[in-house]
Design a protein. Structure first.
Length: 294
């Protein structure tokens, strides 16, 4: 058996699992099939012999493809309004397959999943439905394991019908971020430490790192790509965030920095038990265009 034949056989052994994973994330058989096909294309361009766990590798790739698709869908819905992603969009044999897949988790659950933010949906599906550990989910989402756990927990509450909790949680998180911004602008180190978890992580994308280096980061040194610990993160923000304003980022409390209509930076916050456990600073134009900011 040559290498291409071996690779194709290995992929076929995983295809059905990948299709189910993708369908539960996307709610559409056609989109799920596209995600699985993209995984095959990426596999065919990789050195598969160096992959220790092919099934896990493929699941990770499909999850990342689905995450991108969900983000793109949210962006399109912001412009055109919500779209259907159910069996009603398919015909014939495809509709039958769609209904079988929907029945396996419940059509009502698919409707609820559609209401989740992309990162919430991916975290919930991978952990609660496929038992993937949070360190692996965090790597897919570009988040810490603790942040991935918090996203899955938030999604779980919404799936279980806690209709009042999301609004209450949003109000709480906005208050914490307001306190963070006020402390940062005032240079109040003690107040910053009060809202930061001791093990908080700050992650900045490459564009943010390069921009900070070019601007000398306010004259006090460069911005690292990753900063860990409350004292270190507080030192980064002390006396800064002057141009940031509170905003809803993909439905979650965060901040944005903009000049007129031009979006320059977005801060995503993950908050657990009343403290900030992760901050993600994005300045990459392509990523900024994907956010829904209100």
């Amino acid at each position: 058996m040559d290498e291409n034949e071996w690779l194709a056989r290995q992929f076929e052994e995983n295809r059905e699992h990948l299709r189910v994973v993708a369908h539960r994330m996307l709610g559409s058989l056609a989109e799920a099939e596209d995600a699985v096909q993209e995984a095959w294309l990426r596999l065919s361009r990789s050195d598969a012999r160096q992959i220790e766990n092919l099934g896990g590798w493929l699941t990770t790739v499909v999850a990342r493809v689905c995450l991108d698709a969900l983000r793109s869908r949210k962006t399109q819905e912001q412009v055109a309004g919500p779209q259907s992603h159910s069996a009603q969009d398919t015909h014939g044999a495809d509709a039958e397959k769609e209904l079988l897949l929907a029945d396996s988790i419940g059509s009502a659950l698919l409707v609820v999943l559609d209401a989740l933010e992309p990162a919430e949906r991916v975290a919930f599906v991978l952990h609660d439905m496929f038992d993937m550990p949070f360190d692996e989910i965090g790597a897919i989402l570009g988040r810490t394991p603790a942040a991935a756990r918090q996203l899955a927990s938030r999604a779980r509450r919404r799936v279980r019908g806690g209709s009042a909790k999301p609004d209450e949680e949003l109000t709480l998180h906005r208050g914490i971020i307001d306190a963070f911004l006020a402390a940062a602008r005032a240079g109040n180190l003690e107040a910053l430490l009060a809202v930061l978890d001791p093990s908080v992580v700050l992650r900045a994308d490459e564009t943010a790192v390069q921009t900070a280096a070019a601007n000398k980061w306010g004259g006090t040194g460069e911005l690292p790509g990753e900063v860990r610990g409350a004292a270190a993160v507080a030192a980064v923000f002390k006396g800064r965030a002057l141009g940031a304003r509170p905003a809803l980022i993909d439905g979650m409390a965060g901040t944005v920095w903009a000049q007129g209509e031009r979006r320059l930076a977005v801060w995503e916050f993950t908050i657990d038990e009343g403290r900030i456990i992760e901050i993600i600073l994005s300045m990459d134009p392509a990523r900024l265009a994907q956010f829904r900011v209100v």
